[in-house]
Design a binder for this molecule. Structure first.
Ligand code: HEC
Ligand code: HEC
Ligand code: HEC
Ligand code: HEC
Length: 437
């Protein structure tokens, strides 16, 4: 069918108009893109928390066990995630160790005769964790000590079963290819956060979904744990979020995890006092998410210890160099300074107070230890009398240790920290008051 003449004219007009609109569109589009490029922060810029998407704010996945999976190592992901990989490798820069026994000589008495009274270096970057466990002066009989050090062991637990906790330390060493790595927090899918340490899943029960994924990722290791007597299985002393308060953890060790004689769990017994002691280990998770935490319900561990950085492509990625937020000035400028005028000064002042109090209590606990040792030696007290003092001394040292070994030195939760120190102080005085004068 032939089109009428005027219809052809309209068509031509239509095409011309269409082209004009398209050209304007193209030009405007170009302007939009240029404007966007001008507004877009430069590569390397750190974003405020609300400005970026965070996988870590969602619900974590749970590792599938007995599924025939082997570990993909960090280098396997370098091509796919070059910027994240580069930031992950920067953990090498956190390489300093201080000797706690020199800094806090009280530990030699308080941890006697446990390994920590002979060798105790401070923590440093994840990159060094395998070196550090091999070089520590503390002896390792069983493989359980690899729990928080390498995905190669985590994967062995997941694929073979809990009996691997009883393998010898040295046999597992042969299988270790690298320290904490992508698999630890992501299994083999770095887009997701997956809890790969099953004891964390068991210890939260139905509360698992209430905790943001990034908190769980870090909490897998930055947490108070114990080795189950007999089987050596790495376990957590709690059942849900409620029972991770230090009072509940102490109750678990005193009254839930008891041996056939009704005695509460002990990591070691001081040979001079006979006190069955609990050695607390880095309870960052319990402290940061515990009662009184100021930021616990809003920020995840990643918000303060990772930070979102604009990459070369313009897309933000989480910085995998895990440092103190006080060493991340760009994060402080972008986020923390909205409310904190001088965060570093605030935190240092708070930590100094906590350190002074903790050290004072260490001195009092040493005094208690020596007084009790002398009382045992003297033969002037009955076993019942001594046991009553020992029970109070054990609890006192637990509350002190809960603060001493927490890596933020009070910054994660000043309120809970001081609550523990108050209890440690009161119990130490109570025990000292039980001796005849
Ligand atoms: C110690 C735990 C941990 C390790 C090890 C780790 N990650 Fe992550 N990763 C996280 C956390 C937590 C987040 C979420 C950050 C957030 O939400 O702010 C994340 C996020 C990611 C994301 C998502 C980025 C986005 O924009 O959504 C990718 C991809 C990723 N990591 C890749 C890797 C790779 C590759 C490695 C190894 C080279 C690795 N991760 C090692 C904890 C870890
Ligand atoms: C698989 C276990 C594991 C996981 C998961 C883990 N950590 Fe660690 N972390 C460790 C160990 C072990 C050390 C001590 C390493 C050493 O000193 O050799 C450590 C050390 C650190 C340090 C250095 C401490 C210092 O005093 O310099 C920081 C910071 C840190 N971790 C933060 C995090 C954050 C944030 C997450 C989550 C994104 C996380 N970690 C997840 C086991 C873990
Ligand atoms: C509100 C911000 C914030 C959050 C969220 C946070 N931390 Fe921290 N963290 C700090 C500060 C501040 C310090 C003290 C740093 C210092 O002394 O330089 C610290 C110290 C640490 C350290 C010792 C590192 C060092 O360099 O001394 C570790 C390990 C750690 N935090 C782990 C965690 C874990 C695990 C979580 C989540 C359960 C977490 N943090 C959540 C602020 C935070
Ligand atoms: C919306 C306001 C706000 C923002 C943003 C904020 N904070 Fe806070 N923060 C507070 C308040 C309020 C307190 C309680 C201060 C007090 O008790 O004196 C606090 C306390 C803290 C504490 C406990 C020690 C102390 O000084 O009392 C730390 C550590 C901390 N914040 C770290 C951070 C970090 C790291 C960031 C940035 C990632 C941040 N905060 C961002 C409001 C904020």
């Amino acid at each position: 069918m032939k089109k009428p003449k005027n219809r052809i004219l309209y068509d031509i007009l239509g095409i011309v108009c269409g082209l004009a609109v398209a050209a304007t569109g193209l030009i405007c589009g170009e302007f939009d893109r240029r404007a966007e490029a001008a507004n877009r922060p430069a590569a390397g810029t750190v974003l405020a928390v609300a400005e970026a998407e965070h996988t870590g704010k969602g619900v974590a996945k749970q590792v599938k066990t007995m599924s025939g999976v082997t570990v993909l190592h960090a280098a396997d992901w370098e091509k796919d995630y070059p910027e994240i990989y580069a930031s992950f490798m920067k953990n090498q820069e956190n390489d300093e160790i201080t000797d706690y026994l020199k800094e806090y000589p009280q530990l030699v008495t308080l941890y006697e005769p446990y390994g920590f009274s002979k060798f105790y270096g401070s923590a440093r970057g994840h990159f060094y964790d395998v070196d550090d466990i091999l070089e520590t002066g503390r002896p390792h009989a069983m493989a359980q000590c690899w729990t928080c050090k390498t995905p190669d062991f985590t994967n062995l637990v997941n694929e073979v079963g809990p009996e691997v906790y009883q393998y010898s330390f040295d046999d597992v060493r042969e299988l270790v290819r690298e320290g904490i790595s992508c698999y630890s927090c992501h299994a083999n899918e770095p887009g997701d956060i997956t809890v790969t340490h099953t004891y964390m899943i068991d210890a939260l029960g139905p509360d698992f979904e209430k905790v943001a994924a990034a908190n769980l990722a870090c909490g897998q290791c930055h947490v108070e744990y114990y080795f189950y007597p007999g089987t050596g299985v790495t376990s957590l002393p709690r059942f849900d979020l409620e029972s991770m308060h230090p009072d509940a953890i102490l109750n678990y060790y005193n009254h839930v995890l008891v041996d056939e004689n009704g005695l509460g769990f002990a990591d070691y017994t001081n040979p001079r006092t006979g006190v069955r002691q609990i050695k607390v280990q880095h309870p960052e998770f319990e402290t940061y998410l515990g009662k009184g935490s100021i930021h616990g319900s809003t920020y995840t561990c990643a918000d303060c210890h990772m930070g979102m950085v604009i990459g070369e492509s313009g897309k933000a990625y989480p910085n995998h160099y895990l440092t103190s937020p006080l060493d991340n000035q760009a994060l402080i400028d972008a986020e923390c300074s909205k409310c904190h005028q001088d965060l570093a000064a605030e935190v240092r002042a708070l930590q100094e107070k906590v350190d002074t109090r903790t050290t004072e209590i260490s001195d009092r606990l040493v005094n208690l230890t020596e007084t009790l040792a002398a009382a045992v030696e003297s033969g002037a007290y009955t076993e019942e009398e001594l046991d009553a003092i020992r029970a109070v001394a054990r609890d006192a040292q637990f509350y002190w240790d809960f603060v001493f070994v927490e890596n933020s030195e009070g910054a994660h939760n000043p309120s809970l920290t001081n609550e523990c120190l108050d209890k440690a102080e009161a119990l130490t005085d109570e025990a000292l008051g039980m001796f005849r004068t």
